[in-house]
Design a protein around this ligand. Structure first.
Ligand code: TYD
Length: 210
């Protein structure tokens, strides 16, 4: 089955989206549904190099504007090399974080403005927005605790921000979900992982069978 569909996963750090996206990939494989799995920031060789600059914990002087432009640059490269060709081939694309991360983190939490950050990103992705965005709704402090208790997760520059920053990210997401209601589906990420997984599979299969 081939269907052009662009689905993104969004949420605060530690909300479990990366774990769930891998489980979804397994499910799709077992059911012979073709897909491309990718992530941001990164997702292609050049985009990953930009990711390393952004997330390097030593780059404390990086300005908010530079940060937003680097995320957009990384996204432009990733979009060009991976997402756009896959969509042109009528593939299902699953992406761990995309434009809404920039709107929430840079637009709201860094205070650059949702509209301003949207503008540079529209340029980067040629106005192509996801068909569906799944928001993992989780109290950001619970997310941070999950990260700090995980031996596998590397701590990056953004994890080092104050708790207030992570609350602003979360508030930002809630605002964006409201602004783009049609595109968003919200899952309660406080629930046990199996339950979150089942909810996400139902949402994706419903969209695929439309
Ligand atoms: P990553 O290690 O990929 O985190 P996660 O596993 O939670 O997705 O690091 C990505 C970090 O970059 C994360 O803190 C969110 C942030 N980010 C932005 O601030 N803006 C963006 O546009 C993107 C894509 C990510």
């Amino acid at each position: 089955m081939d269907k052009r569909l662009f689905i993104t996963f969004e949420g605060p750090d530690g909300s479990g989206k990366t774990t769930i996206i891998k489980m979804v990939a397994k499910y799709l494989k077992n059911n012979n549904i073709d897909f491309v799995l990718t992530r941001e920031p990164g997702g292609s060789l050049i985009a990953e190099q930009i990711r390393n600059i952004i997330l390097n914990p030593n780059n404390l002087e990086l300005s908010s504007t530079t940060e937003a432009l680097l995320y957009a640059a990384s996204r432009a490269q990733h979009f060009n090399e991976v997402i756009e060709p896959a969509l042109m081939n009528n593939k299902l694309v699953l992406c761990d974080r995309f434009i809404d991360s920039s709107l929430a983190y840079q637009g709201v939490a860094r205070g650059l403005g949702i509209d301003e950050v949207m503008e540079i990103n529209r340029f980067a992705i040629k106005d192509v927005l996801p068909d569906l965005t799944i928001f993992f709704d989780l109290d950001p402090i619970i997310g941070l605790n999950r990260i700090n208790n995980s031996e596998f997760r590397e701590i990056n520059r953004l994890d080092l921000e104050e708790k207030a920053f992570h609350y602003q990210v979360y508030e930002g997401y809630l605002k964006i979900v409201k602004m783009y209601q049609k595109r968003f589906k919200v899952v309660d990420a406080h629930k046990p992982i199996e339950e979150v997984y089942n909810n996400v599979i139902n949402i994706i299969m419903e969209q695929l069978n439309r």
